[in-house]
Design a binder for this molecule. Structure first.
Ligand code: HEC
Ligand code: HEC
Ligand code: HEC
Ligand code: HEC
Ligand code: HEC
Length: 402
């Protein structure tokens, strides 16, 4: 993992007064302006802007920033208006437009992306709505452009100022803000506010607070350090096997590998959260299953031999109740102790850890289709199929028990 500044160094410099950690106030103030809900329309672009500079489409930015566009396209931010969201919104925009507009503030936050606007009494059509932009989800401009002004991180050397007069640069240059390097930048969408929806006393989405309470926050490791290493725009998470493996240390062992029939075998599978900067998993929708089972000499699973342990925050489909919360906070581990009398020789123990990134949504979309998804039906079917394809193993091992 590449960290931008060693945390120890920052702490030491702060003590000596060289780094202003009180800049936190300035950062908070910047972010409260940057992430207003809803965002204001961009307005009229500066007269000297070419149509390319005035465009909010990701492909326009990609003409001059091809690396970020190529990364972003593969990210979930680029599909945040995918069929699971869009399929629910078609009917919701008619039946409950207020809630539907709230979805846009995180899934497609620009004023130009929502088909309606909130008015004092109800909602009305949005005069600046751009259909083609709405379907693109969390676009570049959603994070980087306000009133046609570009905002971005400090240069890699930490500097903020432009070398040349800004009017001579494409899109009048960039306003560089340290907030782009901070977890607080992500907080506005990855953390419900304290008056938000909670179950069993815990907010439904609390990634930022989980991070705040972790050793990663104390060590100065930000969301970007893990999710945007080298400033890449990939944002890999629970849907990516390599990312999930990077956060875990998994061990499997047997107390002995030789047993006589009639003996009791003992096998242990341990999943430790070593580099996940929040709860593993942070959200209520994924489910992770540790399992152990016995195979005979022909490789057939011995009936009744399977044992499982679940890591998840399980909630009911109507979000009325939390059933269990077995997620791992940073540093914690889940252990599956498997003990069983074996009645024959030549067995093997098969241990695995399987990730179901969208387990809640599989059940939720099934129910929605049963109840009738209206004009969103085709999209919800597509989203349901995607939740079934997203399942993957992060660990598999067979231990011979001769
Ligand atoms: C015509 C080419 C062009 C287009 C189109 C363009 N940019 Fe830029 N952009 C540049 C150049 C050149 C710079 C470097 C300016 C500087 O050094 O201050 C830059 C700088 C940036 C930076 C700061 C980069 C850094 O190195 O820190 C960000 C962020 C940015 N642009 C975002 C965008 C976004 C978002 C869009 C689309 C809405 C966009 N740009 C469209 C040419 C372009
Ligand atoms: C404007 C709101 C918004 C901001 C700001 C934002 N995100 Fe997201 N992010 C989302 C939404 C919405 C999704 C879900 C997209 C989907 O799957 O439909 C998401 C998805 C993700 C995922 C993938 C989750 C998975 O299931 O694998 C990661 C990782 C992520 N964001 C990290 C970040 C980080 C790091 C930042 C800060 C640099 C950030 N996000 C800023 C709205 C936002
Ligand atoms: C506070 C920001 C926020 C709001 C408001 C919000 N979401 Fe999300 N949504 C997210 C984030 C972040 C994720 C990714 C969750 C994760 O992996 O942690 C997500 C994931 C999803 C997903 C699963 C990914 C996908 O694309 O299929 C669906 C479906 C979804 N949201 C629908 C909605 C709907 C419908 C609304 C409005 C009723 C809504 N969201 C409101 C932030 C938000
Ligand atoms: C979820 C918010 C988000 C979205 C969407 C997003 N960016 Fe960024 N971008 C950031 C953050 C945060 C950084 C600073 C990351 C860091 O320093 O770790 C950044 C950095 C950059 C930089 C500076 C890169 C460098 O090497 O210094 C450019 C250029 C840029 N983004 C362009 C784009 C373009 C073009 C798109 C769309 C294709 C885009 N961004 C989409 C949040 C976003
Ligand atoms: C120390 C590295 C690290 C830090 C710091 C970190 N993450 Fe993660 N994140 C991970 C790993 C590894 C995963 C994959 C495992 C998982 O899903 O929990 C992940 C997964 C996610 C997911 C996928 C959804 C889910 O249910 O797990 C989201 C969303 C996310 N991170 C957002 C954030 C945000 C926002 C921050 C900052 C407040 C952040 N992360 C800080 C390592 C990190």
């Amino acid at each position: 993992m590449r960290l931008r500044y060693p945390a120890v160094l920052i702490a030491a410099l702060a003590m000596l007064g060289f780094v202003n950690l009180a800049g936190a106030d300035a950062i908070r103030e910047f972010l409260s302006r940057h992430w207003q809900r809803p965002l204001a329309p961009q307005g009229v672009p500066p007269a000297r802007f070419s149509p390319l500079e005035a465009s909010l489409q990701p492909e326009a930015c990609g003409t001059c920033h091809p690396a970020q566009l190529a990364d972003w396209k593969t990210s979930l931010h680029a599909s945040s208006m995918g069929p699971g969201v869009a399929g629910q919104l078609v009917e919701m925009l008619e039946s409950d437009p207020g809630s539907a507009l709230a979805c846009f503030t995180c899934h497609a936050p620009l004023a130009e992306q929502a088909p309606r606007v909130a008015k004092r009494a109800g909602v009305s059509t949005n005069p600046v709505y751009d259909v083609g932009l709405g379907v693109r989800g969390l676009v570049c401009a959603g994070c980087h452009v306000r009133a046609h002004q570009r905002f971005g991180p400090p240069r890699r050397d930490g500097s903020l100022a432009s070398a040349t007069p800004r009017e001579t640069l494409p899109h009048n240059g960039v306003t560089r803000a340290p907030a782009f390097l901070r977890s607080e930048f992500c907080q506005s969408c990855h953390q419900f506010t304290s008056d938000g929806f909670a179950l069993n006393g815990k907010l439904l989405e609390s990634t930022y607070n989980e991070w705040r309470a972790s050793r990663f926050a104390r060590d100065g490791v930000q969301c970007q350090d893990c999710h945007m290493p080298d400033r890449r725009h990939l944002w890999r998470g629970i849907h990516d096997p390599q990312m999930v493996r990077s956060g875990l240390t998994i061990h499997a062992s047997a107390s002995a590998t030789r047993y006589r029939p009639g003996a009791t075998i003992s096998v242990t599978l341990t999943v430790e959260s070593t580099r996940v900067g929040h709860a593993f998993p942070t959200y209520v929708t994924p489910r992770v299953v540790l399992s152990a089972e016995l195979l005979d000499q022909a490789g057939q699973v011995i009936a009744g031999s399977r044992q499982e342990k679940v890591i998840a925050r399980e909630v009911t489909l109507d979000l009325a109740r939390e059933i269990a919360d077995t997620r791992l906070m940073p540093g914690a581990k889940a252990v599956l102790h498997y003990r069983r009398r074996v009645d024959r020789a030549g067995l093997r123990a098969r241990l695995s850890v399987v990730v179901y990134p969208d387990e809640f949504y599989t059940r939720f979309f099934e129910r929605l289709l049963e109840q009738g998804a209206g004009r969103g039906e085709a999209q919800i079917r597509e989203a349901l199929a995607a939740t079934r394809r997203s399942i993957f193993p992060v660990f598999e091992r067979e231990i011979p028990l001769t």
